[in-house]
Design a protein around this ligand. Structure first.
Ligand code: SF4
Length: 282
């Protein structure tokens, strides 16, 4: 029988994850909302190892030459979700430019395993750009996640400096392909502010996300995880986040979650539920 245990004890959850050799991005990226999310209970699992082939300057995940992906990882994620009684699972990964399939098939396997062992649990994938390969994006959508999430992270002008190896147009294509391939799937994206962007660039980015067919946009303040990452350029006042949310909605984006502490998977389960209630997705 499913345990469905309330996870009020963060330390207990961490022990269980280590026992299953799993990482969560909540811990790796030092997310400020970790206690809140883990108590829902929902968690963001990091698959395809803990080492990334890219070097985004805001990100605290280990960079370098990754190991081959573990055969057991998809099942271990599904088993952990089952044992922890998770109602919403977010599956994300490091970027694996070294793999022929860019890691897409591990996403597919993990979706299938989680679905099989946790029939009532909703699944969100937060993917890398899969090298801009439409076939891989569509293969992941075919596996039937409830939410497809891919972050653009920052405005176009800052990409080369902040997110080397990525490309805003490639990311916007990924989002467009996802929506066109599966119109009933909730498509999400997000970005940070505080990296040196200007107001008009934020407006342009919101319009581009709307044009890509993105249903939900998350906007949060960048906070430097350690001294090894790029410093914060600016702390935006909370009132700006409300303004961007209102403008994004007036542009036609269904939902904009915007606030200094908002992160990509913030209130992920509740947002999906709300969108389903509005009949915005199937
Ligand atoms: S691609 Fe993702 S995991 Fe890799 S460095 Fe950039 S933000 Fe971090």
């Amino acid at each position: 029988m499913r345990k469905n245990k309330r996870l009020s004890d963060l330390r207990e959850l961490k022990v269980m994850l280590r026992a299953a050799s799993l990482s969560t991005v909540c811990e790796e990226a030092r997310c400020p909302n970790i206690s809140e999310c883990f108590s829902v209970p929902t968690a963001t699992f990091l698959i395809l190892g803990d080492t990334c082939t890219r070097a985004c300057r805001f990100c605290s995940i280990k960079k370098g030459k990754p190991k081959l992906p573990s055969e057991d990882e998809p099942f271990n994620v599904a088993k952990a979700a089952h044992d922890l009684g998770l109602k919403h699972v977010v599956i994300t990964s490091v970027t694996r430019d070294d793999l022929a399939d860019k890691g897409a098939f591990k996403f597919i396997e993990t979706i299938r395993e989680v679905r099989e062992l946790n029939p009532g649990t909703t699944i969100e994938v937060l993917t890398p750009d899969f090298g801009g390969r439409q076939d891989l994006v569509e293969a992941v959508l075919d596996a039937g996640p409830d939410v497809f999430n891919h972050n653009v992270e920052t405005v176009k002008r800052l990409h080369r400096n902040i997110r080397p190896g990525a490309d805003i147009d490639r990311s916007l294509n990924v989002l467009t392909w996802a929506k066109n391939c599966s119109p009933g799937t909730l498509v999400k994206s997000g970005f940070m502010v505080g990296l040196g962007e200007r107001q008009e660039e934020i407006m342009t980015l919101l319009r581009s996300l709307r044009d890509a067919g993105v249903d939900v946009v998350t906007i949060g303040q960048y906070m430097r995880p350690t001294l090894n990452q790029i410093p914060v350029e600016k702390y935006w006042e909370p009132r700006y986040f409300d303004t961007w949310a209102a403008i994004g909605r007036s542009m036609g984006i269904k939902h904009v979650i915007s606030g200094p502490l908002v992160r990509s998977s913030y209130h992920a389960k509740e947002i999906l539920k709300e969108m389903k209630a509005k009949d915005a997705v199937h």
